[in-house]
Design a protein around this ligand. Sequence first.
Ligand SMILES: [Zn+2]
Length: 295
Amino acid sequence: MDWTIAAGLDRMVDARHADSFAVELWHHPKAQLLVVSERGHVALRAPGKLTFTRPTGEYRPESDVFVGEWQGSPIFVRVVADDAAIAAAFQASCPVKITGLRPVLDAFDDEVQVAFVAAAIGRWSGMAKFCSRCGTALTPACGGNMRKCGNCRLEHFPRTDPAIIVAVTDADDRILLGRQPVWEPKRMSVLAGYVEAGESAEQAVHRELAEEVGLHGLTDVRYFASQPWPFPRSLMLAYTAHCPHPDQLAPDTAEIETARWFTRADFTAAVESNELLQPSKHSVAYRLIHTWLKR
Ligand SMILES: [Zn+2]
């Protein structure tokens, strides 16, 4: 999935402000419905294939969100509480696998962008039921893409948390890869972390590398690309950077179980021998690593 070109999903942002818009599209002959849980779980009809169904009954603004037009079909997401509620939405004759997206990402093609929107909307819906300022229950608007507080008038939109991810290389053009203790065995990747309040993304790159692996004085911190990462609601801002002092490497083992410098030959051998699992092919981490590998 190339996240740097125009999206295949047309969100129709201007049109969705009209009150009647979502209702009309709900009854469109090509409309399709995805069911997603408040944890971002979806139903798959086959590996990498979302289960779309025809919308039936009346449009329910409290749970049905219009997310855009995909391949000529208006797409709605119905947000339900949990896996059991997803299962209940399907007939017994329609076998589906209900899962979070992260373990099954690599089976997807470009439909992953629809899956990411669905997961993001599902998680936001579960966490945005009440006004964060006054506690009043919120009312959906704009086809479910925003919520309004009827008491203090505050408008609530799906949130995205910025995070940085960075491919650090040294004078010998080795790349730094590490792993978090919570990851599956053998998984390694470039390092990442959230941007703090009042901080620039570049400042976060310097801070995270210092905190997590003891590397100070990075140079040539350059923007690379971005991608959505709805686990739970990140926007990954990818950078490259140069480390003039690779011998400073000292992982903070509470956050980073291990970290080391890889030459291209090291990396290729580790992947081929199955000692190292790469990030998902749909992740910007994969693109960072493979851009380094090819240059
Ligand atoms: Zn309020």
